[in-house]
Ligand binder design. Structure first.
Ligand SMILES: [Zn+2]
Length: 375
């Protein structure tokens, strides 16, 4: 027996307000799930106070405290991070996304929760300085050593942009999520050109992580199957729709972060409307996701064609450090050349599909004259 599907959950939750709130809260909870903490992490009160549990969540919380000897604060947050099972553990109407995001933002600024800056070469150079040998995996202590020496990362979960200034809200949603597997080094094999990845670890000894298995074990023992809450969030984000899209869903931010010089990045941010952009790469990059990928690509095209960003003929710039962050079914990657931005797929069939789509748009829109011209 399987639990409620994303479609069934969609049917059950029709209200626009509820849906928007659910999306915000589930994105914020994803940020908490993905971030890196050290072993000393303690849960701040403002975080737990922002998250209100449903009666189901509260029953689970008190069970964890009574039967599993989980500390109260950890029990509360563990239920929240799980979001729900057959029913939600987090009360979507009563939880305040603003309070939750302000607590996460403060913890990002304080460095209590971290994301690494993966663009350009900061991480690559530091990795080479810190570790003499090739490594597939970093312990929590090694991860923290690395993270403390590089700037705060720039990512986006739904409307929420993670960056050096904490958490800001963009006008439109985007999925630019952090995965703990990060490209970091070249190996000693002289013919291998791959950028190899290392896996970061979060503080497994922090109470919130070390107690987690008790909740997992309990949920697995339940008779009732789990509903697809993650699927619901994906449906609401229209991720399944954009997954097969052609343009504009490639993560433009990777192109800016990896392929523009600091001055070029400043010129672009100014072109996008931020009159006096200041700061280094992370601060500048944090301002870009405010704008849609279409807007960013159009601004970049304009600057390249006007010669304000000089890309000589024949030069093609492609993300390296973030070359793994491609998007959609066609694994699109943004690249920059002398004619501006393009989105490249490794799939050899895509150009034909694109050409067919172009012809359809130009000629087959129901106008007979157009059709005759095509003939
Ligand atoms: Zn290699």
């Amino acid at each position: 027996m399987s639990g409620a599907s994303a479609e069934q959950l969609l049917g059950k939750h029709q209200g626009e307000d509820w849906r928007a709130r659910f999306l915000d809260i589930s994105d914020l909870i994803e940020i908490l799930r993905d971030c890196i903490i050290d072993d000393e992490y303690t849960i701040p009160d403002d975080l737990n106070e922002a998250i209100i549990l449903t009666s189901r969540g509260n029953a689970l919380k008190s069970r964890l405290i009574r039967k599993e000897e989980v500390p109260a604060k950890e029990a509360h947050l563990m239920c929240a991070l799980t979001l729900g099972h057959d029913e939600l553990f987090v009360d979507i109407e009563a939880t305040d996304p603003k309070a939750l995001s302000s607590s996460i933002g403060r913890q990002l600024r304080d460095g209590a929760i971290r994301f690494p800056f993966i663009y350009s070469r900061d991480l690559y150079d530091l990795f080479a300085d810190l570790f003499e040998e090739e490594k597939d995996y970093l312990s929590s202590e090694e991860t923290m050593r690395l993270l403390q020496a590089i700037p705060c990362g720039v990512f986006q979960y739904g409307r929420y942009i993670i960056g050096p200034s904490g958490l800001t809200e963009a006008q439109s949603g985007r999925a630019l999520r952090f995965s703990k597997r990060v490209p970091a080094f070249h190996c000693s094999d002289p013919v291998c050109r791959d950028l190899h990845s290392v896996v970061f670890s979060t503080g497994h000894n922090a109470e919130i992580n070390s107690q987690q298995h008790k909740l997992v074990r309990y949920l697995e023992s339940l008779e009732t199957p789990e509903a697809d809450w993650t699927g619901l969030a994906m449906e609401l984000n229209n991720l399944s729709e954009t997954h097969f899209g052609d343009h504009w869903i490639a993560p433009m931010v990777t192109l800016l972060g990896d392929c523009l010089g600091l001055e070029e990045l400043r010129t672009l941010i100014a072109e996008l409307g931020d009159s006096q952009p200041i700061g280094e790469r992370p601060e500048l990059l944090e301002m870009a996701p405010w704008h849609s990928d279409q807007t960013i690509a159009a601004a970049l095209d304009k600057l390249v064609l006007a010669g304000e960003i000089v890309v000589p003929e024949g030069e093609v710039r492609a993300p390296i450090s973030t070359g793994h962050l491609r998007s959609g079914a066609y694994r699109l990657q943004p690249q920059l050349g002398s004619q501006g931005v393009r989105f490249v797929s490794g799939d050899p069939g895509l150009p034909t599909l694109r050409q067919r789509e172009l012809i359809r748009k130009l000629y087959l829109s129901g106008n007979d004259d157009d059709r005759h011209e095509l003939d």
